[in-house]
Design a protein around this ligand. Structure first.
Ligand code: FES
Length: 129
């Protein structure tokens, strides 16, 4: 993970995101936290990152608030994550793999040794002649 993307953090904090418990970097804007969870979909998403487009809007409850409390809304690119908060809804533009979007398909070849490594690993010893 490219640490230049994130504000400095020492630990991950737990939040609830659409009914799932997830751990994200403290001291970061919530959209960065979504990026931490889903690098590709957020990095390539339609976001201005500066409060203009509203595509990053989300609805939430403060830590300790119960479900009878009305939800609040904010822009995740402007909102610093709060440990224990509950994100109840997301703008449809916010697609987080494994949460509200399919998890990325595993590349079946990712763990296979490259052809050159494979071929040398199993090559017979050189002919002494
Ligand atoms: S990303 Fe555009 S308003 Fe947050």
């Amino acid at each position: 993970m490219d640490s230049d993307l994130f504000e400095p953090y020492e630990r991950l904090v737990q939040i609830e995101l659409l009914g799932r418990k997830v751990r994200v970097p403290e001291n970061n804007r919530l959209l960065r936290c979504f990026q931490y969870l889903s690098l590709r979909s957020i990095s390539y998403g339609d976001f201005c990152w500066n409060g203009d487009c509203t595509n990053c809007q989300f609805w939430y409850r403060e830590p300790g608030e119960d479900a009878r409390e009305p939800e609040k809304t904010a822009l995740s690119c402007r909102f610093t994550v709060r440990e224990g908060m509950t994100v109840t809804r997301l703008n449809p533009c916010v697609r987080i793999e494994g949460v509200n979007a399919p998890a990325p398909a595993r590349n079946a070849h990712a763990d296979a040794p490259r052809a050159a490594e494979r071929d040398t690993a199993f090559a017979p010893p050189p002919d002494p002649a």
